[in-house]
Design a protein around this ligand. Structure first.
Ligand code: APR
Ligand code: ZN
Length: 243
């Protein structure tokens, strides 16, 4: 795949990848908006908004305690491993941005990774804003490891209406991307759903790899639809062979 010409040398292309719940579906993680998805069972306003947490913190803790418990035993699938292989083999700039709070990309070996919506195994203190690793159940009794306060520790997950993490780094990478690949996301939630337009403005080639056409499929130059464990390794092999 051609890179940008810079004073005669060919600089290898810069790749930015966005993943969503669909890449973890075949590892047994529920998606949000598919039939029987998480938001078909519980109202996101009750468990994924600051207002919901203020209204009923115990319910929110119970929701994330259940998710943390379930996410403990899952394993990466062929799609996660293919992205780790691409990161290791690619000579140019590479950034993987995930909307997922699971740790399957890390387990598969990805390192150049941003969890823009936070992580299931991290806690955030709403009082001192410290974040710290967290396993097991969390409750209103949980004390902050930094300031010691109780009743302010919450799941370190970015809720609707909150600012995702490390957006300046993500926007910078999109601004110089040569290739933008969106994997396993329905394109329903901003700012992630707008990344394809930013990449296009930067002149990037844009590709959607998803089980079915997403909300934003018309913004992509190319789209391959199928199961992530099949289409992602195939796409990575083609890329590494110069495709
Ligand atoms: N292979 C590839 N794609 C799949 C697979 C699969 N096996 N299974 C499902 N998908 C696709 C679906 O077709 C859908 O387009 O994954 C997408 C999942 O979409 P959502 O459930 O909306 O999840 P996501 O796009 O990650 O949601 C974004 O919304 O609720 C918030 O913070 C939450 O990060 C989440 C954000
Ligand atoms: Zn604190």
């Amino acid at each position: 795949m051609a890179g940008r010409r810079q004073d005669k040398a060919i600089v290898p292309p810069s790749i930015v990848i966005l993943t969503g719940a669909g890449i973890s579906a075949e590892s047994g993680v529920d998606t949000f908006r598919d039939k029987d998805g998480i938001w078909s069972k519980i109202d996101y306003r009750d468990v994924a908004t600051p207002e919901g947490f203020a209204r009923n913190p115990a319910m929110v803790h119970e929701f994330y305690n259940m998710r943390r418990e379930r996410l403990k035993d899952i394993r990466p699938n062929a799609a996660h491993f293919a992205l780790a292989k691409l990161e290791q083999a690619h000579p140019g700039e590479f950034l993987l941005v995930t909307q997922n709070i699971d740790s399957l990309h890390e387990q598969a070996g990805s390192r150049k990774l941003i969890h823009m919506h936070g992580q299931h195994d991290s806690a955030l203190c709403a009082l001192c804003e410290m974040r710290f690793p967290w396993e097991g159940a969390m409750s209103l009794e949980t004390g902050c490891k930094a300031c010691g306060s109780r009743g302010y520790v919450r799941p370190d997950v970015v809720w609707f209406g909150e600012m995702p993490y490390r957006m300046d780094e993500i926007f910078r990478a999109l601004g110089t991307a040569d290739l933008f690949i969106s994997i396993g996301t329905s394109g329903n939630v901003y700012p992630a759903a707008g990344f394809v337009s930013q990449a296009r403005q930067a002149g990037a080639r844009t590709v959607e790899l998803n089980l079915e056409p997403s909300e934003g499929v018309s913004h992509f130059d190319e789209a391959v639809h199928g199961k992530a464990t099949e289409i992602v390794p195939a796409f990575v092999e083609k890329l590494l062979a110069g495709g």
